[in-house]
Structure formats: C-alpha cells, structure tokens
Design a protein around this ligand. Structure first.
Ligand SMILES: Cc1cc2nc3c(=O)[nH]c(=O)nc-3n(C[C@H](O)[C@H](O)[C@H](O)COP(=O)(O)OP(=O)(O)OC[C@H]3O[C@@H](n4cnc5c(N)ncnc54)[C@H](O)[C@@H]3O)c2cc1C
Ligand code: SF4
Length: 464
C-alpha cells in the first residue's frame, strides 16, 4: 500500500453528539480494518523511534504499526502486549497528545499518527477474536507477592510479575477490580466489559484477585508478610477527594466528583431502578475543575438529564489538564465552559438545598510554581450562577488508611508514599509502591509505568 501523506488522521467514527448526550453508550467507535491500515500508512517507521520515547511503558510503536500495515493484526497486538498489559484501555484513555503522539514526526506538519487509535484497534481486534493475553509466561518460581489495589498500577505490576513466574495475589478494597478504570472513568469512554476482559487475562495467567479486602483494616502489611508474601506492592491510588473550603460546601446537592462518578459507574445509578442506587435528577449543574475528572462528571450530569451543565475553571482553556478529545466531546455535547471563573460561595435554601453558586471572574497573572499563569481575581466581578447541584473535581490525594496502619511507611505531608524513583521501593524493605498513591492524581499510563518499574525491582529483590 502507498504511504499515506495526508496531514490529518483518518477520522474515527463517533456517535452523534445529540444522541450520545442522552445515553451511556461508547462515544468513539474505533477504526475498521481498512481505516486502521490507511492510518498505519501515515507512519514513516522512523529508525530512531521518537514516539517510543514519549511512552511511559515503551511500547514498540513503529513495529506494531508496521504489523497493522501488513494486515497482521494479531501480531500487532502481541507486539503491544510485550510491554503494555492494558492496550484496549490505553488506546482509549491515554493523553496521547502529551505522550507518544507529541513526539511523532508527522506532527511537525499536520497531525501526528493516530497511535492511540491504532493501539485500540489492535486490542479490539484481539478481543473480537477471543485471543487476548501475552504468550510468554515463565515457569512458576514458588514465591508469593501481594499487590494492594487493582487499578492500572496494581494490575500492571501483577501482570509483569505473573509473566515472570511469581504467585501474585491482588487485594482490592472494592467489590470489583479495576480501580478508577471501573469507578471513575464512565462507560461511554471506557466500557467496563473491556476492563473486565483485560482483567480476565491476568486471572488466566494465574493472578488471584481477592475483592472486598481493605488493607489497613482487614489485614495489615505486616500480616501480609506473616502470610508468606515475600514482597508487597502498594498501588492504592488517590481516592480521597479535595474540597475548596468555601461556605456552602456542606449543602445537600454538593458532591465530590468521586462520589458522583462512583454512584454512576460502580453502582449503576444511571440504570436505577434496575440497580439499587438512585441519583437525584438536577436541572442545572456546575462542575468545578478542568481535568478529565471534571469532564467526566459534567458529561455524566448531562446524560442524567440536566438542562445546563457548566464547567467552572479558574484558568483558561490552554491550561486545562483534560485530554483534548474530552474537552472537544464535552463541548459537542453542549457543556458550557465558564473559564477564568472561580466559586467563592455555594448558596442554599432553608432546607439546605443548593440554589446557586457565587462566582468571581479571574485574569491570568504571572506564572506560579507549576509554570502555569496564576489566576488573579477581578475585583467587583461577583455574580450568581443559577444551579441546583455542584460537583467538586479539583483533585484527590491518597487515602491515609495504609499509612495509619503501617507507621514505618514514610509519606509526604500531603499523603503520597515516598519511594525511590528508580526502583519504587518504600522506606520498608521489600515493600514497593507506585501510581497515584505515590504521585497524587496523575494518569493511567504513568501508574502502569510505575507498576512495571516496581515489578522489575521486586524480581531483582526476590532473585538475590
Ligand atoms: C474520573 C477520572 C477520569 C480519569 N480519566 C483519565 C484519562 O482519561 N486518562 C488517564 O490517563 N488518566 C485518567 N484518570 C487518572 C487515572 O485514572 C489514574 O491516574 C489511575 O487510575 C491511577 O492508577 P492507580 O492504579 O495508581 O490507582 P487507582 O486506579 O485509583 O486504583 C487504586 C485501587 O486501589 C484500591 N485501594 C485503595 N485503598 C486500598 C486498600 N487500603 N486496600 C485495598 N485496595 C485499596 C482502590 O479501591 C482502587 O481500586 C482519571 C481519573 C479519574 C478519577
Ligand atoms: S514518530 Fe510517528 S511516524 Fe515516526 S515511527 Fe513513530 S508513529 Fe511512526
């Protein structure tokens, strides 16, 4: 096939915004084989592989794209799973624009190669053939490792250790595995069946997943050691929501994004009464924040029937940490962006229900410690946004439960577990950590990269 020199990616089919804003079906529909091959022909198969340098798990991008070009879709999948155990997830939710695709040479003039879309295609193809899973698994070593948390960090660490022949048990606090992939990211972006299929691959590799096991309450790290686990990985994420500490935050219709999304995704509130968890219908909803969590909460609120949904963000769109695609999709679905604005008070009636949110307008000043321009309040700019619910999506930090039951585990003042960056080792020998539990809220692929690093270190530690 001829090289495709189009400056634009092959378009991926999507559900119509008007239709999808009323349901929870997956928005992006994925490439057909013909589309994937057409897009793969945009790749120049660069010898120095600049795209790979942007991938935290070092997927061999040009090689897997080459296989797609040749029509060897299963071989493409096998190439990806050499280093990435969750390709159907990553192909859907990685912020490719700030990772692999950022370094793609085709992006110098026009759009980069659609690496994420091609990764998703290869993974979905393997799923459609019922042929998931890596081929190479080492013989059993007879050594037990415990992994705490079944988010992308824990699943990746478990997968890499299982491939090396360790007996891995994952301890998960919730009644289902997957971490944020299950309870945070909504169905219309990442169908839960896909997460389950990728988790099944781990189970088939012999990884045991124990649910409803809150480490720090039911068992402690010391008890896990006594049970014969020779190394432990903590991938317990950052599930503790932050609040703004403004008046009115304790009113009835104020949610943390975490609670709102968990009710919807994990407890299926959007399918009430078929499921037991109800969620109150709202007319006008304000979501505070500019990250993926805020976009997800806003798009869920819209799908639950709210007439107006606002994203209220104190900086400008350029500083928004959300994936570009999510911002674009949110706008298409009618979410209104109130940029350079911040809430100062949530207003309520005598029954404690939200009636509005007092906002101030901002302008951008000098850069702050994060390098982003600091928002400064414009005096006298206060006004009331008429809303009946407010969802706070301004960040999360690690839950202190494991730290509180493990005094020797050193943590940052804000709760992040302190580790050796190179190895993932914590202050306790044989205990490793990674993902949001160490960095605070970050990304799926960074959590996976940390899980990989720790797996490598655990292997070295147990092979001494
Ligand atoms: C709504 C939302 C949308 C997001 N969208 C994106 C996106 O589009 N792209 C992207 O790259 N990133 C996104 N992120 C961020 C990304 O999901 C996280 O960075 C990533 O999931 C972190 O992985 P983790 O394995 O460290 O933690 P988590 O995914 O949080 O998993 C931690 C797991 O540990 C369990 N756990 C916690 N404490 C204990 C305990 N004491 N005992 C046992 N188990 C415990 C938790 O129940 C959970 O299952 C999003 C996050 C949210 C909340
Ligand atoms: S940088 Fe872009 S064009 Fe070059 S190998 Fe990677 S994906 Fe292909």
């Amino acid at each position: 096939m001829e090289r495709n020199m189009s400056l634009e990616k092959v378009t991926m089919p999507e559900l119509d915004p008007k239709v999808r804003a009323t349901n929870f079906e997956e928005v992006a529909l994925g490439y057909t084989p013909a589309m994937a091959q057409e897009e793969s022909n945009r790749c120049l198969e660069c010898k120095n592989k600049p795209c790979v340098s942007g991938c935290p798990v070092q997927v061999n991008i040009p090689e897997f794209i080459h296989e797609i070009k040749e029509g060897n879709f299963m071989a493409a999948y096998q190439k990806i799973v050499e280093t990435n155990g969750l390709p159907a997830v990553c192909g859907r939710v990685c912020p490719q624009e700030s990772q692999c695709e950022k370094y793609c040479v085709r992006g110098k003039k026009g759009q980069p190669v659609g690496i994420g879309r091609l990764e998703r295609f290869a993974a979905d193809f393997a799923m459609s053939q019922g042929a998931l899973g890596a081929k190479d698994i080492a013989p059993k070593k007879g050594k037990k490792v415990a992994v705490i948390g079944s988010g992308p960090a824990g699943l990746t660490c478990a997968s890499d250790l299982a491939k090396k022949g360790y007996d891995v048990t994952v301890f998960e606090a919730f009644h289902t595995a997957g971490g944020v992939l299950k309870y945070g990211i909504p169905q219309f972006r990442l169908p839960k069946e896909i997460v389950d299929l990728e988790i099944n691959v781990l189970k088939e590799m012999g990884v045991e997943i124990k649910l409803d096991m809150v480490i720090g309450k039911i068992l402690t790290i010391d008890e896990l050691k006594e049970m014969g686990y020779e190394a432990i990985f903590i991938g317990s994420g950052a599930g503790l929501p932050s609040f703004m500490n403004i008046p009115g935050e304790n009113l009835n219709d104020v949610y943390s994004a975490n609670e709102f999304l968990t009710r919807i995704n994990l407890m299926h509130a959007y399918e009430y009464p078929s499921y037991d968890t109800p969620i109150k219908p709202y007319s006008n909803v304000a979501v505070i924040g500019g990250g993926n969590v805020a976009m997800d909460a806003a798009r869920c609120a819209k799908r639950l029937g709210a007439g107006k949904v606002y994203i209220v963000y104190r900086r400008s769109e350029a500083e928004m940490p959300a994936r570009l695609e999510e911002v674009h999709h949110a706008k298409e679905e009618g979410i209104e962006f109130r940029l350079l604005e911040a809430p100062v008070e949530i207003l309520g009636d005598e029954r404690g229900n939200v009636t509005g949110m007092k906002d101030v307008r901002m302008e951008l000043g000098e850069p702050d410690a994060s390098g982003r321009r600091r928002p400064v309040v414009i005096e006298g700019s206060e006004y009331v946004l008429p809303v009946d619910a407010v969802i706070v999506a301004i960040g999360q930090s690690p839950n202190p439960m494991i730290k509180n039951s493990t005094p020797a585990l050193e943590t940052q003042p804000w709760g992040g577990i302190i580790t050796n960056e190179e190895t993932g080792e914590t202050s306790i020998p044989g205990v490793y950590a990674g993902g949001d539990a160490v960095t605070g809220a970050a990304t799926v692929i960074l959590a996976m990269g940390a899980g990989k690093t720790a797996a490598k270190s655990i292997d070295a530690y147990l092979s001494r």
